[in-house]
Design a protein around this ligand. Structure first.
Ligand code: DGY
Length: 419
């Protein structure tokens, strides 16, 4: 076992809080939705039981309508803003009122497929499957009421890629006044130059206040939100998760469920196809308020490969785009096109490398037959982690670590890349 594998396992153990892992101590002291999905897969490489617990504890936060919130506040902490008192939702345990990319069905399938304790895996998966199905139904009912195949995000935090330049245009229409007093804690833990700006937070919290005022009702949130975005990342993770759910439904569901999931897959496949930008050679987000395409390349723009939603021509063009990016930076994959004016190599989702996105892109490239590029992305991911440790993100120009240290999902990806 290499030193970094030992360290990655130790990171997950150290971040364990009674069956769920915090993304990292202090900066993120609760359970986060998509972090946990990756973390569970990481645990599955050395502790299957703990992997299942991660999913089960996340599902304690699931709402009656099927929504899985982006944060579950299992235990109090003063280290984070906005805490449960700002969200003001009514769930027990307390949760936020928005969601995050749906990676959970993919994680559950991964853990199920690799489990060695088959009896335990069968029992736990049978218990989890209905919750996953309810969650996928929620996505379509709450976020794609017209059944276009493109679900809408109502807050940049739902993308998990909070300050991506892909949201700049739409967020410009979100006012900066807030009823809630903003008391940021992230800037106390991390260099502010690596975090979203003050103005970003004003708009983030304006949206939280707005949704709070409509009682966290999904239809009213959808109606009042000035931010309604088809994100290439989320739609791809959802489509991939639907395909994993379909496989699980063959064992844990019935014919009706299989039919229902297959229909959503067909709709989502058609929806993603409309996000392809032929001139740029990458998929791009769409503003669902006015239908405008978002003309900025981000790493999320490669994720339709991970959703298996690309034709051979698109694969060739997307691979050429990624090769162009590789010519501008030392390590792949920067979160923003390094030739774009918005590129900032150290500011959170405006340039840094994120191991989880790399893992998905590499998976998609391998599926598409781009094996050399897939190997390059995997090797770069290992190189930056082994050089800097399991940091939150990495500077693509030199591989330096940035943001929080001892990050669960980065450790998890290192374990998955070794497995
Ligand atoms: C944060 O607080 O930075 C998170 O990304 C929002 O969930």
């Amino acid at each position: 076992m290499t030193d970094m594998i030992t360290r990655a396992q130790a990171t997950l153990r150290a971040n364990d809080r009674d069956g769920y892992a915090v993304p990292t101590a202090r900066l993120y002291p609760f359970q986060w939705n998509w972090d946990s999905a990756f973390t569970a897969m990481g645990f599955s490489t050395f502790d299957e039981t703990r992997a299942w617990r991660e999913i089960e504890r996340l599902l304690e936060g699931q709402w009656d309508d099927g929504m899985i919130p982006h944060i579950v506040f299992h235990a109090p902490s003063d280290d984070y803003f906005p805490g449960p008192e700002v969200w003001g939702t009514t769930h027990t345990p307390p949760t936020s009122g928005i969601t995050q990319p749906p990676v959970l069905a993919t994680a559950a399938r991964c853990i199920f497929d690799t489990a060695t304790n088959r009896g335990d895996a069968e029992a736990r998966m049978a218990a989890i499957f209905p919750a996953l199905l309810r969650n996928h139904r929620w996505w379509e009912a709450a976020r794609d009421p017209q059944r276009t195949g493109l679900v809408a995000l109502l807050h940049p935090w739902e993308a998990g890629m909070d300050n991506s330049p892909a949201w700049d245009r739409a967020m410009a229409r979100v006012p900066t006044d807030t009823a809630t007093v903003i008391r940021r804690r992230d800037n106390v833990h991390i260099d502010p130059a690596m975090r979203p700006r003050a103005e970003d937070y004003q708009r983030f919290i304006h949206l939280v206040d707005l949704f709070h005022d409509v009682g966290w009702d999904p239809a009213r949130m959808y109606a009042v939100s000035p931010f309604r975005m088809a994100d290439t990342g989320t739609v791809s993770m959802l489509l991939r998760a639907e395909q994993d759910l379909l496989v699980l439904s063959q064992r844990f569901g019935g014919a009706a469920e299989q039919q229902e999931i297959a229909e959503r897959i067909a709709r989502q496949r058609a929806g993603i196809a409309t996000l392809w930008n032929d001139a740029a050679g990458i998929w791009m987000a769409r503003d669902l308020i006015d239908g405008a395409p978002i003309e900025v390349g981000t790493s999320a723009g490669f994720l339709p490969l991970y959703a298996h939603a690309a034709n051979p021509g698109q694969v060739r063009r997307a691979a050429a785009t990624l090769a162009r990016w590789a010519g501008c930076v030392r390590f792949l994959v920067p979160s923003t096109d390094p030739a774009a004016p918005a590129f900032e190599p150290l500011r959170y989702w405006r340039g840094p490398i994120w191991a989880v996105v790399n893992w998905m892109i590499a998976d998609g490239l391998a599926w598409a037959g781009e094996t050399a590029l897939a190997a390059r992305v995997r090797a770069d991911t290992i190189a930056v982690i082994d050089n800097a440790g399991p940091r939150e993100y990495f500077d693509p120009t030199n591989g330096n670590g940035a943001g929080g240290a001892n990050f669960s999902w980065t450790a998890a990806i290192r374990l998955l890349l070794a497995a």
